[in-house]
Design a protein around this ligand. Structure first.
Ligand SMILES: [Zn+2]
Length: 310
């Protein structure tokens, strides 16, 4: 068991980031059906869940916090709308009145890396402003309401925030004429990044620890210690955090399992339906009492079995 733990500690991140994205690249580069990409995504989620059992950062985060059903729906809605975004790309390309400047002639792997570099900047800036602007924070707070870190929580987004995120995050690439192949691989890379970023796995990144926006750096971003989590906004790298002055390598104290969430909403609503309504009843900085009172009575916080169809 010890060797499995050691392997998980050192191989989890490379296996997920290089292995899973490499598999996706192979599928697209060899012209296999795009449906296989879904299998890669399922394999990534399965690997994350298995690694969390072997080497968790906190055992408590492996246990349900009454959030399983809501998180399942978040993941399903996230992936469905991400895929719809790819379908919209040709439409955007058709609508823009110029030929794109996308370097179609470059090797596919370089095109994907270029897309990741541009997306890293755009998504990091949207994330940064989502913490600065109260209107965006209301939506983004749904992501920060998670009481624990585990593989699924990266996909917990308010659909409206995800739409804004994806629209602004990928608009420069869409306008440049990014082809669907590259968009699909970028989408896969973002999904895997979100899974790794929020995994409850005590992995090591060695010399890359402060260069990649995952692991402990992202745990610190999720603490409910007032404004202390307003750091480490990066999606892929910490480059833009260094530029913005928001990079924070170490927490001011040890992060405990109960230290996650939104500080002015200690009892964050747990059902999917409540979380959809949340941004419209939440008053940032004013605590949650008035907001809770306005939440739909049919979806009490203790009820985690609601889903959008209900
Ligand atoms: Zn955030």
């Amino acid at each position: 068991m010890r060797s499995v733990k050691v392997a998980t500690r050192y191989l989890y991140a490379p296996m997920m980031l290089l292995g899973m994205n490499g598999a996706g690249y192979y599928i697209v580069a060899t012209g296999l059906s795009y449906a296989w990409l879904l299998l890669v995504l399922v394999a990534a989620i399965g690997t994350a869940f298995a690694a969390e059992r072997v080497l968790p950062t906190h055992d408590e985060w492996n246990h349900s916090h009454g959030d399983d059903t809501a998180n399942f729906w978040h993941a399903a809605v996230y992936e469905t709308s991400a895929m719809s975004g790819v379908v919209l790309l040709p439409l955007i390309a058709w609508l823009v009145p110029w030929d794109g400047i996308w370097p179609h002639g470059w090797p596919l792997v370089i095109q994907v890396l270029l897309a990741i570099v541009v997306a890293d900047f755009a998504f990091t800036m949207v994330h940064y402003w989502s913490h600065k602007l109260p209107l965006l924070w209301r939506l983004h707070a749904v992501h920060h309401g998670v009481p624990r870190m585990y593989g699924f929580n990266g996909l917990v987004r308010h659909p409206l925030h995800q739409s804004i995120d994806m629209f602004i995050g990928t608009l420069p690439l869409a306008l440049a004429g990014m082809p669907a192949d590259v968009a699909l691989l970028l989408g896969l890379a973002i999904s895997i990044q979100l899974i790794v970023q929020h995994s409850n796995v005590d992995y090591e990144l060695g010399p890359f620890r402060n260069a990649m926006s995952i692991g402990r750096l992202h745990h610190l971003h999720h603490v409910n210690w007032g404004k202390e989590g307003d750091c480490n906004f990066g999606l892929f790298t910490t480059v833009w955090d260094h530029m913005l002055g928001t990079f924070q390598a170490e927490p001011s104290r040890e992060i405990k399992a109960t230290d996650l969430g939104v500080d002015d909403v200690p009892e964050f609503p747990k059902s999917y339906w409540q979380q959809l309504v949340f941004p419209f009843v939440y008053e940032p900085g004013k605590g949650v009492k008035s907001a809770q009172a306005k939440l739909p009575p049919s979806s009490a916080p203790s009820n985690n079995h609601l889903h959008p169809a209900e």
